[in-house]
Design a binder for this molecule. Structure first.
Ligand SMILES: *Cc1c(COP(=O)(O)O)cnc(C)c1O
Length: 366
């Protein structure tokens, strides 16, 4: 049998010629990193595209999240309410800041944090909420803000999946105290590796500039325990090139998603998430839920697809709270919906340029 292999994602790239042309000036200036002109240009263009007031570029999404949390200076061992139904980075960023994750359950409607269960988890030690716009599905930002205001908590969104998403016409990065995006090669928009923090107050820009550059304030002055999280110029140029094509790229994903939905929606036991009418989506992922009414188990389907060269992924199984590094270390909370979704979910291949006959083939295996 012919070997065909379809991975869950494939990086969008500019043409070879466009990228080579764009990086040529670097051989004149020899300025490769440390907030160069392309770094500045990409910050400017991303602020416009994402419709946010302030944005700080970072070396990757994870460091963006770590430094965004660090920027607020929470006391050590404080509690942060978050979701376990996410990529491990979200929980790592909290713990690596010396804070304690408190895992809140999610909603079966869209996989985001269940805002009705947040208040019960708040204690005198709670300082922040770190929700995730998982799959680009928008959290209940209004209710989360109401709770945060009532208890004087910060809200830092993990918006790694939500590049270009808008809610009621607003850039998703305008909600909460800060939002964090990932520009990893596998995400909707990529800079090879990269990320950004978006926020409203300019004072946070200075703070993050400092934190991503070793805490250095002047040639002989270091004021903070910073990291090195600067994006280099090659990555910034990749971002500028990819940004030119982003709308077309998202449209192409939308087209694939419609084909998938058309072919899978009538299959018994396959649940597809509904689109939120107030949201402009980025079609970042195509998660489906393999419920008990389907003819086989999620894992059997995963294995069958894999045998046929289709590399779907169980995003997000296991829950981060169940991983060896976190299990039984933090407050034990009830997570029935998160557990169920982790057992049922399968993300199918979705990327710019996915062929219609590949979608036909994948869906024929269900
Ligand atoms: C990708 C991702 C991150 C980390 O971003 P990197 O750019 O890979 O460091 C964080 N959170 C979520 C939910 C992600 O999917």
């Amino acid at each position: 049998m012919e070997e065909r292999k379809i991975l869950v994602t494939r990086s969008s790239m500019p043409s070879y010629e466009d990228y080579i042309d764009a990086i040529k000036p670097l051989w004149d200036t020899h300025w490769l990193t440390n907030m160069g002109v392309y770094h500045q240009q990409l910050e400017k263009e991303l602020k416009e595209y994402l419709k946010v007031q302030e944005l700080s570029l970072m070396v990757n999404g994870h460091m963006a999240l770590e430094l965004a949390i660090q920027a607020f200076g929470f006391p050590k061992d404080s509690e942060v309410i978050t979701t376990p139904f996410t990529f491990i980075s979200t929980t790592h960023a909290i713990v690596r800041n010396g804070l304690k994750p408190v895992f809140c359950d999610i909603k079966s409607s869209d996989g985001t944090i269940d805002e009705t269960k947040i208040e019960d988890l708040i204690t005198e030690y709670t300082v922040a909420i770190v929700p995730v716009h998982v799959y680009g599905h928008v959290c209940n930002v209004d209710e989360i803000q109401r709770i945060a205001d009532k208890y004087n908590l910060k809200v830092i969104y993990d918006a790694a999946h939500a590049f270009g998403v808008e809610y009621e016409g607003n850039g998703i990065g305008t909600y909460g105290d800060a939002s964090v995006f990932s520009f990893h090669a596998t995400k909707v928009f990529n800079t090879i590796e990269g990320g950004a923090v978006t926020f409203k107050e300019h004072s946070i820009y200075d703070k993050l500039y400092n934190l991503k550059n070793f805490g250095i304030r002047g040639e002989e002055v270091v004021t903070e325990v910073g990291a090195n999280a600067k994006m280099n110029e090659f990555c910034a140029i990749m971002g500028l090139c990819n940004l030119k094509n982003i709308d077309k790229s998202i449209d192409d994903r939308a087209k694939s998603l419609r084909l998938y939905k058309d072919r899978l929606s009538k299959i018994e036991g396959i649940r597809i998430f509904e689109e939120n009418q107030n949201v402009k989506s980025n079609y970042a992922y195509f998660p489906v839920l393999i419920t008990d009414d389907y003819k086989s188990s999620r894992n059997d389907l995963y294995n069958k697809l894999r045998k046929c060269g289709i590399y779907s992924r169980k995003y997000f199984y296991p829950l981060t709270s169940d991983q060896a590094c976190f299990k039984n270390k933090y407050r034990d909370t009830s997570l029935p919906c998160a557990r169920e979704m982790a057992e049922q979910v399968l993300c199918l291949p979705l990327y710019e340029g996915l062929a219609e006959n590949d979608i036909d083939y994948i869906t024929s295996l269900f």
